[in-house]
Design a protein around this ligand. Structure first.
Ligand code: GLY
Ligand code: MN
Ligand code: MN
Length: 441
């Protein structure tokens, strides 16, 4: 009896096959090859960073850690997977293909890339996706990473199938359990490293399996947007904790941020609650036809209102945004597409492939499109006390509008970010992250 998962994946690959068939016919290609990638050692070293397969590959086969595999699509034919299982007594071989996904492919086992290299010399119109260093000898007449094809495959990935929605839902559930365990560790005064370990244990995934390097930031570290260290020593006093961490489910990512504090820090706790409320209001705006640039501007207006009402900046919220002052406190974008890559593709092009660069004043906005049903995006407004930016603000013509004593008192908390993963639908937006937390409490 096929399970629901089997059926969801079967429909996913069928839909993607149809799309690829149409594309290959339209673009005049006989075949499409998609490489999973190959680990690359550091210079003069025999060690490489943790391997993760290329996004275009993982979006079709649930093998996020399989190296040197090759997908081969030909119009009207069952796709072939050249499945690399090296004979190697140094490492565990890749698992046996599981029927629920493998039945949708002709599986061709090979011991190395040599097993598929040289097989495509006779093809006249071949497209291949991968790193040119890995595919340089794949064939004479190969179009490598052709722009139209890449764009179209990326477009398909922006509208999630039911299988992809299920994977993203589960990736949220996994990560939510980790966030609650991490918050407990923070309340017990644990170090960043111990919090990270508590997180991984609750998620039941090693760091190498995570979709990105989790941000585990106590106190002032929360002001570093992509803070990368995990201090092994707990600070004398832990006042605030920002955790930006996800989980993997068959290659699909969750990307969740929560900011925590302790009851004795009432002023900061008020700001956290206000940012949480703002974030939920923004999520409500994720409807088909909504412009993500407009939503980003609404996030700035919301942060500006908080800065104004708290007395941090004596400026009208509209002026705060128009003058650029709000950007000193919120220097990043509101969110991005999410999928097999944490910052998923096609966020800055329209459906026809025309570039949609971010507005000049918001250079870090990764998503500039109009939303459609099936999009899954993050919504992650923030409010930070970043010393470098505060110094620039102090020097600016608006410096005298800021209550610097209040800012100084808040700097020790670093900052706030609240980030959820939300599915845009024909009906109300579906907040995968809030649903995941609700299922755990
Ligand atoms: N975790 C990186 C981001 O939120 O975009
Ligand atoms: Mn994040
Ligand atoms: Mn994010």
């Amino acid at each position: 009896m096929p399970t629901t998962d089997d059926l969801l994946y079967a429909r996913h690959i069928e839909q993607r096959r149809d799309q690829i068939d149409t594309l290959l016919s339209e673009l005049g290609f006989d075949a499409l090859l998609i490489h999973s990638g190959r680990p690359r050692n550091r210079l003069f070293d025999d060690q490489h960073p943790p391997f993760r397969a290329h996004g275009p590959f993982v979006a079709l086969v649930p093998l996020p850690f399989a190296a040197d595999c090759l997908l081969e699509f030909r119009v009207g034919r069952k796709p072939r997977l050249w499945y690399c299982q090296p004979e190697d007594f140094w490492h565990s071989p890749p698992a046996e293909p599981a029927a629920w996904w493998a039945d949708h492919f002709e599986i061709e086992r090979v011991g190395s890339a040599a097993g598929w290299r040289g097989r495509f010399g006779a093809d006249r119109a071949l497209a291949a996706i991968g790193d040119r260093h890995d595919l340089n000898d794949i064939g004479e007449r190969v179009a490598l990473n052709p722009r139209h094809l890449l764009h179209a495959l990326g477009e398909a990935r922006t509208r999630k199938t039911a299988w992809e929605r299920e994977c993203l839902t589960r990736a949220n559930r996994r990560a939510a359990a980790g966030h609650l365990a991490a918050a407990d560790a923070f309340r017990q005064g644990a170090s960043e490293l111990d919090i990270q370990l508590a997180y991984l244990q609750a998620v039941a995934q090693d760091q190498d399996e995570q979709p990105y390097h989790g941000i585990v930031a106590l106190n002032e570290h929360a002001a570093v947007l992509h803070y990368q260290h995990r201090d092994a020593h707990a600070p004398a006093q832990s006042r605030s904790f920002l955790l930006d961490a996800g989980a993997d489910e068959h290659g699909y990512a969750s990307d969740i941020t929560r900011t925590w504090t302790l009851p004795q820090h009432a002023d900061f706790a008020v700001l956290v609650n206000e940012m949480d409320a703002l974030q939920q209001r923004l999520c409500e705006g994720l409807r088909p036809g909504a412009s993500f640039i407009d939503l980003h501007r609404q996030a700035h207006l919301g942060v500006a209102a908080i800065l104004n009402q708290s007395g941090l900046v004596a400026m009208d919220p509209e002026d705060l945004v128009e003058s650029g002052v709000s950007a000193f406190f919120l220097p990043h974008g509101l969110g991005h597409f999410l999928g097999v890559q944490v910052h998923d593709v096609n966020g800055q092009v329209d459906a026809a492939g025309e570039p949609l660069p971010p507005p000049e004043r918001y250079p870090f906005l990764r998503l500039t499109r109009v939303l459609e049903p099936g999009h899954v995006v993050t919504v992650e407004p923030g409010l930070y006390f970043i010393p470098m930016l505060l110094e620039r603000l102090r020097q600016s013509e608006y410096g005298r509008r800021v209550d610097w004593s209040q800012v100084e008192a808040l700097k020790v908390f670093g900052g706030i970010r609240v980030e959820d993963n939300v599915l845009v639908s024909e009906a109300d937006p579906v907040n995968l992250t809030r649903q995941a937390f609700a299922g755990l409490t």
